[in-house]
Design a protein around this ligand. Sequence first.
Ligand code: NAD
Ligand code: UDP
Length: 354
Amino acid sequence: MTFQTRIQPSRRSQTVLVTGGAGFIGSHLCDSLLQRGERVICVDNLLTGAIDNVRPLLNHPNFRFVECDVRDPLCIEGDIDRIYSLACPASPRHYQTDPIGTMKTCVIGTMNVLELAQKNSARVLQASTSEVYGDPEVHPQPESYLGHVNTIGPRACYDEGKRAAETLMFDYQRTHGVEVKVARIFNTYGPRMLENDGRVVSNFIVQALRGEPITIYGEGTQTRSFCFIDDLIRGLALLMESPPSVTGPCNLGNPQEITIESVAREVLACTNSASSLRFEPLPKDDPKRRKPVIETAERALGWRPRVALQDGLRATIAYFALRVATPSPVLLRAHASRDTSRIARARLMIASRQ
Ligand code: NAD
Ligand code: UDP
């Protein structure tokens, strides 16, 4: 069954608030909600989002951008039917820069969102994460797995923050009757990730396009399962519009598991880049394996990902190719020759001129 047939296009349009709406996932969600005819209020403090992500929407009659921080109480005028709670830096580089701020965003931010939901009798969907499973000892990960998180490590501000946010969702449901949905999102990639985001797919693509070494942390044997943004957006919308009894937690991710070294090789092949591989130390508590069990999403939502990694990578590469600063013609010609010593000479020449 397709998404369109499941969410009844004839009903009245909704007012949907998206926190983190100027971010990577949030901006795609805003696009898709507007295309469905909803009124969208995008709330963001632009910490890791970019106004450019929503710039084409700013003049849309059904779109409103509100620059504010979810750690402050949310004063939004008018009725709200749905809230997607996405505000939170998602890249380890960014969420570890201000760990206390990240924890506050997850806990205080989620409480503020839930207060607003309660006031408006709105349904709220929380963007949780596969990080609630930590460095998992069960593989692949079903929603029933309770996780293996280091509570005092550098990733804990995010992992534990997101776990606390899930707790708040269900406590507001039990205590105040708020209608809740929890999506546990696995690694998602696509256009509009930041160039300096630090996450693996954007790093590898930018490095490959620039002809810089591809930075593999550890031996590259750790695995992830990568979901293309379009698949995720479809899954989030289906979960939001599912019957009230479907609360989640619901894994949303692509079960195709791949090693990080293989991702590097795919990116090199798709970009036709001659970048070398550079192995760097593995960050502390980096999960070794990650792959979702998606039976809940298949059964309750009729959802499974459709976009193969190679196709998603090509779309993402096309996006970055327009943004990554074009290297000098000398370096481009050197890359085209795939002659590594020629590339090294070109780099030396450019460096000596700077
Ligand atoms: P992102 O960093 O691109 O987007 C997050 C957005 O939230 C940004 O626009 C940022 O400016 C905004 N934000 C951050 N703190 C805020 C605050 N205190 N108040 C208001 N706005 C704030 O990240 P993303 O990949 O789009 O992730 C969106 C959500 O999905 C996050 O909650 C993240 O934890 C979750 N998630 C993402 C992934 C993934 O692979 N992309 C995986 C699991 C979970
Ligand atoms: N990674 C890497 N090189 C990079 C960025 C990340 O090898 O330039 C690795 C990282 O150590 C992790 C995997 O890629 O094992 C996914 O990292 P990312 O930050 O994208 O997501 P997360 O660790 O949160 O799943």
